[in-house]
Design a protein around this ligand. Structure first.
Ligand code: NAD
Ligand code: UD1
Length: 337
């Protein structure tokens, strides 16, 4: 019996595959490599001394999925495959709905047809929109402010309907906060296409000399130092959360929703200082206008995951900074280095 990981060549997927292999699981990856590099799979093998089975296929290609399901027996599916750039989603929304919503629909159809009814879905803190207060608990109202976020909400609702129609399904909706960091080996990490949108890859690319300086988007928020506050979580902690979610599904959990965050918010300047400390580099920055759509502070209350999954983040800010830096230094141009 194996676990299917869609999007397993990507950032969070590859780290989760490492944890699954380390736990002795058999892993099959389906990824179309639209936002990842095949070298990530070689690196996973290098770390684990075991190679996951890999199919380069699109989850929207039903025949391709059926072929994979007919060759392997799966207990569960962890579904990472999707597009994730908020800005891009506003310019090509149909592409986002096609990929994220229709892709998940096809995947669920094939799972149902093969009697595989345990699913872990990558959702996002973005489904909380602009929360009325922090920390955020799972029962907060949801609302999307862009097509990417809406695609995640639609899938959450679709999976809710699926569960209502057939209680044999066990579905975990995992709402990630801000994943950062990399595997301790420095062999896998985040490898964004083009100029990064997110803070940490931007900082590490300034540190390595690929980018000239960071723009800090706003210093007049009502936060500790005026810059935006987020709940950064080490990707290895996040990956481990998926294994705990799988165990919960095996115990017939039904439909469950968890925040995966640390519960601790850090500001942009606190992150910048942490990176300067571990890298020994000065990160040039300028204060710029607020980024449209940004909120002042977003961090989780992760206590439900602790209570029900027996999971909590263990790695701290220094680990996040050190591990991101090790990855970026060893791979200045990502997997293409
Ligand atoms: P990623 O882009 O590194 O990984 C996604 C993987 O899915 C890539 O390897 C890509 O090639 C693959 N993929 C995309 N569409 C596909 C398709 N139609 N068929 C097959 N493969 C496809 O992104 P990530 O950061 O690892 O994110 C994984 C999941 O977590 C995504 O669903 C994302 O929306 C969600 N998420 C990410 C973050 C974050 O900040 N990284 C935060 C919240 C939620
Ligand atoms: C982004 C996504 C969100 C996703 C989350 C986790 C947007 C608008 N939102 O949110 O949907 O769930 O990542 O992956 O893209 N910052 C700078 N300068 C930069 C980049 C960022 O100052 O060059 C600041 C931002 O204003 C924010 C913080 O750094 O305060 C974090 O930004 P980012 O990494 O983009 O994450 P989110 O905004 O939380």
């Amino acid at each position: 019996m194996a676990i299917l990981v869609t999007g397993g060549a990507g950032y969070i997927g590859s780290h989760t595959v490492v944890e699954l292999l380390a736990q002795g699981e058999d892993v099959v990856i389906v990824d179309n490599l639209c936002n990842s590099h095949p070298v990530s799979i070689d690196r996973v093998e290098q770390i684990c001394q075991r190679r996951p089975i890999f199919y380069q296929a699109d989850i929207r290609d039903k025949n391709a999925l059926i072929e994979v399901f007919s060759k392997h027996s799966f207990t569960s599916v962890i579904h990472f495959a999707g597009l994730k750039a908020v800005g891009e989603s506003t310019t090509i929304p149909l592409h986002y709905y096609q990929n994220n919503v229709a892709g998940t629909l096809v995947l669920c159809e094939v799972m149902a047809e093969h009697g595989v009814k345990n699913l872990v879905f990558s959702s996002s803190a973005t489904v909380y929109g602009d929360p009325h207060t922090v920390p955020i608990v799972e029962s907060f109202p949801t609302g999307a402010t862009n097509p990417y976020g809406r695609s995640k909400l639609i899938v959450e609702e679709m999976l809710g309907d699926l569960y209502k129609s057939d209680n044999e399904w066990n579905i975990a909706l995992l709402r990630y906060f801000n994943p950062v960091g990399a595997h301790k080996s420095g062999l896998i990490g985040e490898d964004p296409n083009g100029i990064p949108n997110n803070l940490i890859p931007y900082i590490t690319q300034v540190a390595v000399g690929r980018l000239a300086q960071l723009s800090v988007f706003g210093d007049d928020y009502n936060t500790v130092d005026g810059t935006g506050v987020r709940d950064y979580i080490h990707v290895v902690d996040l990956a481990k959360g998926h294994l705990k979610a799988l165990a919960k599904l095996d115990a017939k959990a039904g439909l469950v929703t968890y925040n995966l965050g640390t519960g601790q918010g850090y500001s942009v300047l606190e992150m910048l200082n942490a990176f300067e400390k571990v890298s020994g580099k000065t990160i040039a920055y300028q204060i710029s206008p607020r980024r449209p759509g940004d909120i002042a502070a977003c961090y989780s209350d992760p206590s439900l995951a602790k209570q029900e999954l027996n999971w909590q983040a263990e790695l701290n800010l220094d680990d996040m900074a050190e591990d991101s830096w090790r990855w970026q230094q060893g791979n200045p141009n990502g997997f293409a280095s």
